[in-house]
Design a protein around this ligand. Structure first.
Ligand code: FAD
Ligand code: DHB
Length: 393
């Protein structure tokens, strides 16, 4: 089999890249290790920057997002059970959209099918070859048979554990990492959200977040030890813990119900450099991970797709290889800024194991300053709604 761009991974990055390239007349094959049902059942991110919304719209999957998504013009922060609002619209004239990653992926699969895009699922043993030559290729097994895809470029959209990043030799690849000493225990429940907007709460007992997917589907998180046994977290215990950490008015009015999903996610900051080696590009979680505070993971992945789509279009349609040559530097510049924001928000809002009363007061002073200072709020808002691409507003 031959294609122009072989895409490894059928998560949001891989599917969106395939969809955008196809619309420009560039041929792709997507190889996904899991079944489609598995990919579509994953509950992950919930908040889209407006740049992500626009890119998804450009890819032709805007209809349901605009119909069902919830535009948010601000968010609440809370400290010592008292909330205050950051007004994105007033501060930076922008908003975000609550529309789950699960829905984004479902829409992308639907469009890929409608355009007869080639997405091969349950592809086992995917391996990259001759990546630093002009003629790279990818091999995999499907239904017990060996297959080979010859291509011009490989896009590694295969998440943190995929094979693409590891193909870059160790003497070329640099990795930067921080692992946080706690996790997020999250639940999904078919109840109306406690607040029209998200609430990010700092509390002595640990961080909490009130989020949502739609008017009758809520997503809540509490900071918890990453190795805690899920069995020890009954729904009743989760709701009690959440209520203790959020603003009193929210705790009083929250509607609780049975959880329909419950899991603990680790928190990590990670960046691999470079994001291009020869004819291989790394995209999304394959190259970088952020802790979830601030909802940057999916948005950063979609940002890489924007840069790579621009670069490959210029290469194929205009014979211009500048974007391909500079992809890594261009993408990493924005990646590091989002890493900084996610790390800073995580540090300001969580309870660290060795945290002293002094450290707690510092966090509270940070939040008090944020409540009073329009300059500090503007900085948060600018980052939360999404930094510009190519360094331009
Ligand atoms: P992925 O979504 O990881 O997609 C990679 C794809 O590659 C997967 O489908 C995988 O099956 C496939 N793959 C892997 N190995 C192979 C292989 N060998 N061969 C072929 N295919 C392969 N972000 C937020 O902003 N907010 C959140 O609340 C949030 N929650 C998260 C919870 C969890 C448990 C995780 C893991 C992530 C969460 N994220 C969150 C991060 C966000 O979901 C990711 O940043 C986003 O999914 C990145 O998209 P991606 O397409 O780059 O990678
Ligand atoms: C969600 C997750 C986040 O990490 C965040 O900052 C906001 C919302 C969510 O899953 O809804």
């Amino acid at each position: 089999m031959r294609t122009q761009v072989c895409i490894i991974g059928g998560g949001p990055s891989g599917l969106l890249l395939s969809q955008l390239l196809h619309r420009a007349g560039i041929d792709t094959v997507v190889l996904e290790r899991r079944s489609r049902a598995y990919v579509l059942s994953r509950i992950r991110a919930g908040v889209l920057e407006w740049g992500s919304v626009e890119l998804l719209d450009e890819a032709g999957i805007g209809d349901r997002m605009f119909r069902e998504g919830l535009p948010h013009t601000g968010t609440y922060l809370s400290v010592r059970n008292r909330g205050f609002r950051i007004d994105f619209d007033d501060l930076v004239g922008k908003k975000v959209m609550v529309f789950g990653q699960t829905e984004v992926t479902a829409e992308l699969y639907k469009e890929r099918d409608a355009m007869d895009g080639v997405v091969i699922d349950e592809a086992e043993g995917v391996a990259l070859h001759d990546v630093d030559s002009e003629k790279p290729y990818v091999t995999f097994t499907k239904d017990g048979r060996e297959h080979r895809v010859d291509c011009d470029f490989i896009a590694g959209c295969d998440g943190f554990h995929g094979p693409s990043r590891k193909t870059i030799p160790e003497n070329v690849r640099q990795e930067f990492e921080r692992v946080y000493p706690f996790g997020w225990l999250g639940i999904l429940s078919e109840t109306p959200p406690v607040s029209e907007e998200l609430i990010y709460a700092n509390h002595e007992r640990g961080f909490a977040l009130c989020s949502m997917r739609n008017q009758n589907l809520s997503r809540y998180y509490v900071q918890a030890p990453v190795d805690d046994d899920l069995e020890a977290w009954s729904d009743a215990r989760f709701w009690d813990e959440l209520r203790r950490r959020i603003p009193e008015s929210a705790a009083d009015s929250i509607v609780t119900g049975p959880s329909i999903e419950k899991s603990i996610a680790p928190l990590r900051s990670f960046v691999a450099e470079p994001m291009r080696w020869g004819r291989l590009f790394l995209v999304g979680d394959a190259a970088h991970i952020v802790p979830p505070t601030g909802a940057k993971g999916l948005n950063l992945a979609l940002g890489d797709v924007r840069y790579l789509n621009d670069a490959l279009r210029a290469f194929y349609l205009d014979g211009d290889d500048h974007g391909v040559e500079t992809y890594s530097e261009t993408a990493l510049e924005r990646v590091w800024k989002s890493e900084r924001f996610s790390w800073q928000l995580t540090t300001m809002l969580h309870r660290f194991p060795e945290q002293s009363p002094f450290d707690q007061r510092m966090q509270e002073a940070d939040l008090a300053y944020l409540e009073e200072s329009r300059a500090a709020q503007t900085s948060l808002a600018e980052n939360y709604v999404g930094l510009p691409f190519y360094g331009r507003p």
